[in-house]
Design a protein around this ligand. Structure first.
Ligand code: KG4
Ligand code: ZN
Length: 333
């Protein structure tokens, strides 16, 4: 039997999970409401909040899994990418725990873990598969050949998809993080009402900064003519923006799938919680004859269950770190 404690602290969620023989027995997430009033994550505050949350979060994860801490076989932690101060809290905790109990340390790449969240529940994708990994900091199409054999075949040249959602929300006067709010308003709106441009980027790469600028000018222009424009048209604006972001993502994914001849298609990361993306991917998959893998909601945004499952597979492969391991703010898988 292998019991893995997973620790996630790359951004503004402190999370701990227990994985026993590849099954998740607890996944506790303490999010940090403090950032909302600043309109984004304040790194210094995030580190302090991690410091406060980490011990109670780990204790709750151990309790909920009904195990004793002496039975944990390894500690897996997010080494990066992420905010350095935030990563330091999780890394230091993991090192101390491993040192104190005399058990191995397993370093996990956060973006790989988002993808490996697909190995928590059935049905699991078969290798090789393509994963569109879309979060607040990354937008990637990844060719996944094995658990830790991943190649980024396309990525954003500027903003991430989550940033496009969050920045649009800011322009519309919605609080941070705006992605889930745009999703909610979009459900009531008409996606064909406003047209936003699709960037012409070659290959499988993405760009979202032009879209953000065009939304900003559009809102400025319309508000000048009618100060209540945003309030009166919020659902239609959200639906139209979401539709454009989703088509940008899925058009590239479709192109990659046909180029690589792969019909196992997954999405991962915070933006994979978006209902428009989930529905459109399922529809596209049905037409194209793909097997589509969409994570459970709780495994889309940042969580330690994905770190624990990734750690479990590294543990089985005997890939351990020494006590001098340092976090990496940037770390391509
Ligand atoms: O993976 P994640 O939790 O953190 C990072 O690793 O960045 O992703 C957070 C991002 C934020 O930009 C958030 O607005 C976005 O995921 N997000 C969504 C939705 N839920 C979270 N974007 C659109 N629709 C959603 N339902
Ligand atoms: Zn993430």
């Amino acid at each position: 039997m292998a019991i893995i404690l997973g620790i996630e602290s790359s951004c503004d969620e402190t999370s701990a999970a227990i994985c026993i023989d590849g099954k998740i027995h607890s996944n506790i997430i303490a999010d940090q409401a403090i950032h909302a009033k600043y309109g984004g994550v304040v790194p210094e505050l995030a580190s302090r909040a991690h410091q406060q949350h980490i011990i109670p979060t780990v204790e709750e994860a151990i309790q909920q899994a009904k195990i004793h801490k002496n039975s944990i076989d390894a500690v897996a932690f997010t080494r990066g990418p992420g905010l350095l101060g935030s990563l330091l809290v999780g890394t230091s905790f993991a090192k101390a725990f491993a040192l104190g109990r005399g058990i191995p340390l397993v370093a996990v790449n956060h973006m790989q873990a988002h993808i490996l969240a697909h190995f928590i529940d059935e049905p699991k994708p078969a290798f090789p598969f393509l994963c569109l990994t879309v979060s607040g900091g990354h937008t990637q199409i990844v060719l996944v050949r094995d658990y830790f054999d991943m190649e980024i075949v396309g990525q954003t040249l500027d903003d991430a998809a989550g940033e496009a959602f969050d920045k649009t929300a800011k322009i519309l006067g919605l609080p941070y993080p705006g992605g889930p709010l745009i999703d909610r308003h979009a459900r009531e709106g008409d996606a064909t009402r406003f047209a936003f441009p699709e960037p012409q980027i070659s290959g499988f790469d993405f760009s979202f900064s032009g879209l953000k600028t065009s939304i900003m000018y559009f809102v400025q222009r319309e508000t000048k003519a009618n100060p209540d424009f945003v309030t009166n048209n919020l659902a239609d604006i959200c639906a139209s923006v979401q539709e454009r972001i989703v088509t940008i993502l899925l058009n590239k994914l479709q192109k990659a799938a046909s180029t690589f001849g792969i019909d196992q298609i997954a999405i991962a990361g915070g933006v994979s919680a978006n209902s428009g993306l989930r529905d459109s991917l399922r529809a596209m998959g049905q037409q194209a004859g793909w097997s589509v893998f969409v994570p459970r909601f709780e495994y889309c945004t940042d969580n330690a269950a994905m770190i624990a499952i990734a750690g479990y597979h590294k543990f089985l492969a005997g890939q351990f770190e020494s006590q001098d391991v340092a976090p990496l703010a940037r770390w391509a898988p």
